[in-house]
Design a protein around this ligand. Structure first.
Ligand code: ADE
Ligand code: ZN
Length: 320
């Protein structure tokens, strides 16, 4: 069985409720939640924005380099237990610098844990700096420059946060610059937005991978394009259900995506908020759709193919 790569994972989305309280105490930060049960009671969402409001609020407890290192290390340990051997993780740097946490603090903590990941957990890793599309492009440019100035190695840049109503095209020059700097490019699209949002990140940002992309299925020409060009889609089933991007898991387009020959793989997005890590996402679709061993193998192989690992490493993981 081919092992899994996780390619759509926000480190901040691995902040478990217990850790929110532990870090709040350690950093002497007042929380708006009475207790753990009060916080846990807020993990149901009517839409993406509803979730994002809680996600950004909880980040207030992340303050020190050690906090970011612990968060990242805890995720890597959990991912390894889920069968992940490669993790290309997102960091929403602007959400921290906006709170007064300097970029070197955030990125040094994350990079410290990532540098030990292979030795400690058997997981190779890469860091993708995700720009927040609800903020001005100038803010993303500053974040990019601050990240480069830290000297921390980046694998790529991405785009996330509120989708509908916030155009991706204005980020085109910044993505072109990152590409010229040798970085990979990805973007969230087609999660709440329709297929036109997926076309936009392909045409304006030239991304190599689309995060989510479930609403691409409404556009036959787009599906053909994604299949022909072998553009990967990092799909997050439990996230899509919890954010009501699909009515129920039974309505999820993952089987149709595989049927259409798309390079779709399964990921956990924000596992602390959506009810499970990569293994829980795979188990959920396996059970819901009665996937065969071959189909699960396809999902694993797709994740390795869709990764930014060198070709030789992909071949080793795919063929043993
Ligand atoms: N940031 C964290 N999770 C996200 C998601 N599912 N969509 C957009 N932005 C996000
Ligand atoms: Zn995401």
């Amino acid at each position: 069985m081919t092992p899994f790569a996780e390619l759509h994972l926000h480190l901040e989305g691995t902040l478990e409720p217990e850790m929110v309280f532990d870090l709040a105490e350690r950093n002497a930060i007042g929380l708006p939640w009475r207790d753990l049960d009060d916080l846990r009671g807020r993990y149901s969402y009517s839409c993406l924005q509803d979730f994002l409001d809680l996600y950004y609020a909880n980040m207030a407890v992340l303050r020190t380099e050690a906090d970011f290192a612990e968060l990242t290390d805890a995720y890597l340990a959990r991912a390894a237990a889920a069968g992940v051997v490669r993790a290309e993780v997102f960091c929403d740097l602007q959400a921290h610098t906006a709170r007064g946490v300097p970029a070197p603090v955030v990125l040094a903590g994350v990079a410290d844990a990532l540098s030990r990941s292979e030795a400690d957990h058997g997981v190779s890793s890469g860091l993708i700096l995700t720009f927040l599309r609800h903020l001005p492009v100038a803010d993303a440019e500053l974040a990019y420059e601050a990240a480069l100035a830290t000297g921390v190695e980046l694998l790529g840049v991405g785009l996330c946060s509120t989708e509908v109503g916030f155009a991706a095209a204005p980020f085109g020059d910044l993505f072109a610059r990152a590409r010229a700097d040798g970085l990979h490019t990805v973007a969230h699209a087609g999660e709440e937005g329709d297929a036109s949002y997926v076309w936009e990140v392909l045409d304006s940002l030239g991304v190599e991978r689309v995060d989510h992309g479930i609403n691409a299925m409404g556009d036959r020409r787009l599906v053909e394009h994604l299949a022909e060009q072998e553009i990967p889609l990092t799909v997050c089933p439990l996230s899509n259900v919890r954010l009501q991007a699909v009515p129920t898991l039974a309505d999820h387009p993952l089987p149709a995506m595989l049927e259409a020959g798309l390079l779709a793989c399964v990921n956990s997005d924000d596992p602390a908020y959506f009810g499970g890590y990569l293994d829980a996402n795979v188990a959920a679709v396996e059970q819901e759709f009665g996937l065969s061993t071959d189909q699960v193998e396809t999902l694993a192989a797709n994740s390795i193919r869709a990764s930014f690992l060198p070709g030789t490493e992909k071949a080793r993981l795919l063929h043993g």
